[in-house]
Design a binder for this molecule. Structure first.
Ligand code: HEC
Ligand code: HEC
Length: 230
């Protein structure tokens, strides 16, 4: 989903007004059919993130630090799920030790607007330099990864890994392989069991080089329920 920020209208009545009884699903469903409300939420998310997240994740979530993930053009349901995992302590950022403290301060509205904003910003890609390494990753990806991540764009809570920062991907896959307590994921732990260090390096180069293709808005919200939503 790409929303042209230049076209943002003045904020209309928000589809995410505080305190309403409707579920987050219903509210997001309403937003899908209300481009003006969507643009207003994206703008709110931009205001929320431009002063702080930018220090680590870069302008618009395009990170310039290879150890810190890009949030730009990431699937919003995944971003939302990760913010909630940081907030509830299931996931811990051991790199700078910040995300778990920060995420506890986000209101539900802030989480949603930030996720919508980052997903709307086109990713600036930084392809891996060593093409032969990326080539070695292709068959490993086809065997172990494509079932869930597709061509790299993921879907819903399955992250887009196409174009992701390679150093971050190496660290993350290594953590999944050792079943690190900082980020438990049964599916990723089993997908990475048996990978050698060289396989992980090759996979990170391969996914960094995968094309990033804009997804339809509906593909981004395939699930009827969002985690933590009642
Ligand atoms: C001081 C640096 C820092 C700041 C500021 C920061 N982050 Fe992060 N963030 C990180 C790091 C480092 C990670 C990766 C942690 C890990 O290795 O698991 C991360 C991960 C994330 C992720 C998960 C991404 C993924 O691909 O799984 C989300 C979502 C996120 N941050 C959102 C935010 C938002 C929203 C803000 C601003 C309100 C913010 N961050 C501010 C450092 C920061
Ligand atoms: C059975 C489904 C499944 C398979 C197979 C799978 N993944 Fe994943 N992957 C996921 C899910 C779900 C997550 C999100 C985990 C979480 O909630 O922390 C994820 C997360 C990731 C992340 C973290 C993204 C980020 O921004 O932090 C990377 C990198 C990744 N997978 C790469 C791979 C690679 C490479 C393979 C093949 C070796 C693979 N995955 C196989 C489902 C899968």
């Amino acid at each position: 989903m790409r929303v042209a920020l230049g076209l943002l209208a003045a904020a209309p009545a928000s589809a995410l007004a505080a305190g309403q009884a409707a579920t987050l699903d219903a509210r997001l469903g309403a937003i899908e059919h209300d481009p003006a409300a969507l643009q207003s939420l994206v703008q709110a998310g931009r205001n929320q993130t431009d002063t702080f997240c930018v220090y680590c994740h870069g302008a618009g979530g395009n990170s310039v630090n290879p150890e810190i993930p890009d949030l730009a053009e990431q699937n919003p349901a995944y971003l939302l799920a990760q913010m909630r995992q940081f907030a509830n302590g299931q996931r811990k950022d051991e790199y700078v030790g910040v995300m778990q403290k920060l995420a506890r301060t986000f209101t539900p509205r802030e989480e949603v607007t930030m996720a919508l904003y980052f997903s709307s910003v086109p990713l600036t890609r930084h392809p891996a330099a060593i093409a032969s390494l990326a080539l070695r990753g292709a068959p490993i990806f086809a065997q172990h990864c494509v079932a869930c991540h597709g061509g790299g764009m993921g879907r819903g809570e399955y992250p887009r890994i196409a174009g992701q920062q390679p150093e971050y991907v190496v660290r993350t896959l290594t953590n999944f392989r050792k079943d690190a307590a900082s980020r438990p994921s049964a599916v990723m732990s089993s997908a990475t069991t048996g990978l050698k260090d060289a396989d992980i390096q090759a996979l990170a180069a391969y996914v960094a080089n995968l094309p990033v293709t804009p997804q339809s808005y509906f593909a981004l919200y395939p699930h009827p329920h969002f985690p933590g939503d009642n």
